[in-house]
Design a binder for this molecule. Sequence first.
Ligand code: ADP
Ligand code: GLC
Length: 489
Amino acid sequence: MNIAFVASEVYPFSKTGGLADVAGALPKVLNELGHNVKIFTPKYGLIDEKKYGLEYQQWIGSMPVRVSGIDQKVHVHKAKLPKSDVDVYFVDFQPYFYRETIYTDDLDEAERFILFSKATLEIIQRLNWKPDVVHCNDWQTGLIPLYIKDNYNWDQLFHHTASLYTIHNIGYQGQFGKDVLDKAEIRHEYFYNFGEVEHNSAVNFMKTGISFADIINTVSETYAKEIMTKEYSAGMDYILRYRSHDLYGILNGIDYHDWDPSTDKHLPYHFSASDLSGKLKNKKFLCEQFNLPFSPDIPLIGIVSRLAIQKGFDLIARSLEYLSHLPCQWIILGSGENYYEDMFETFASYRPDKAACYIGYSNELAHLIEAGSDMFLMPSHYEPCGLNQIYSLKYGTVPIVRHTGGLADTVLDWDEYSSLGKETGNGFSFRDYNGFALTNAVERAIKYYHNKKVWHKIQMNGMSCNYSWNRSAEKYVTLYELALKKVVK
Ligand code: ADP
Ligand code: GLC
């Protein structure tokens, strides 16, 4: 099958979160399964062209892409996705993509991704390559299913092209004013009378993707059910229930080439399930880096996250006083909302014996925290899939999570499963979204940490889980086939 994979971030070129990890891993595995995959992504100014060998596509040259009625001059670069045979096409338009961050609050945020979406289809035309499926991801690519069915349908190249729309996070929908209709060349009939692109009187890119894609999926089975409810849908439940026959959940995999403690190139000490001694050495190294007193008897709890409300930091804020008195230490890596950045910095400066934090982005440190911590905390309010808890399982770092979305599908509570007579728990989880439930889960984890036999069993249960991409990639192929059936009769 020919698969065009379109994403606004792709690891290792650009990344703000898990979407990049997925976009950098799934295409590789689909390619290994024998499919022809090409990735399309913006060329941000932050991308290191030399390091990744980006090649300017002279034969395409300057390609006019119309946004807001103006032909913009777009250039195209190409590189291989590292350690694979997958071609990555970069949409280069400096006025839009050379900014300090990947996503912005700038007034032309809609135009940036209208241009990206159109340019993707126009590169495909230039390549004269007929995709069976265009796999779109999140709101930034939400217009593409509409464009394939309408604006670009004059081109027979797309007559049998299906689209799959993957929702990684329904909290970000790309909602813009009505003026975007003309900027994006969307027919007004799709907007008025509660049309396919309209939500709350705005043009909504996520809803557009959901409305026009042949098949829709999200990144865990539980989240697929949750987003059909009012509580979790951020307003999209009505359209998702309407399309429920075409909505699926496929859990993300993880790339064990990058995330395996026995080979991880970012770690000073390697370890595996059969020999955990390196894990303790990593903990010592990590503590030394942050001037935290090291003790094998005090559990170290790690957090690596975007500091956004989604991730449950308001719960931590409410319980911080209590948590700071528990017999454990904390190491936090994250960036995002100022309030939470300040909260963790203040915590670390008041209690340097207990907590350390690094506000910013560091892939290397993310690996070291996964390896050196004893536990990993993700009290998310909602979590479509979540990758860090899956990395944690592999690193023998026991996850403490809220039972929601992908966290519910990957982390089994030790107490719950041992009370069923099965010692299959691989972490700790809590259901109610309140500080008491959170602190209770943390205290349970601390209690078992001191029971070496049980703790080892919990770690082993996690380390033996396999969330490699192969299984999930095969499920995606099934969805591509389903989508194709809808367009090839
Ligand atoms: P989300 O996509 O909602 O942010 P995920 O758990 O799916 O959540 O993925 C987050 C990814 O981003 C993980 O690979 C995690 O290690 C990484 N990450 C998040 N914050 C940071 C940070 N400050 N520094 C380095 N990596 C980070
Ligand atoms: C989103 C979600 C996260 C998921 C990631 C990759 O950013 O918040 O839960 O793991 O996308 O699908």
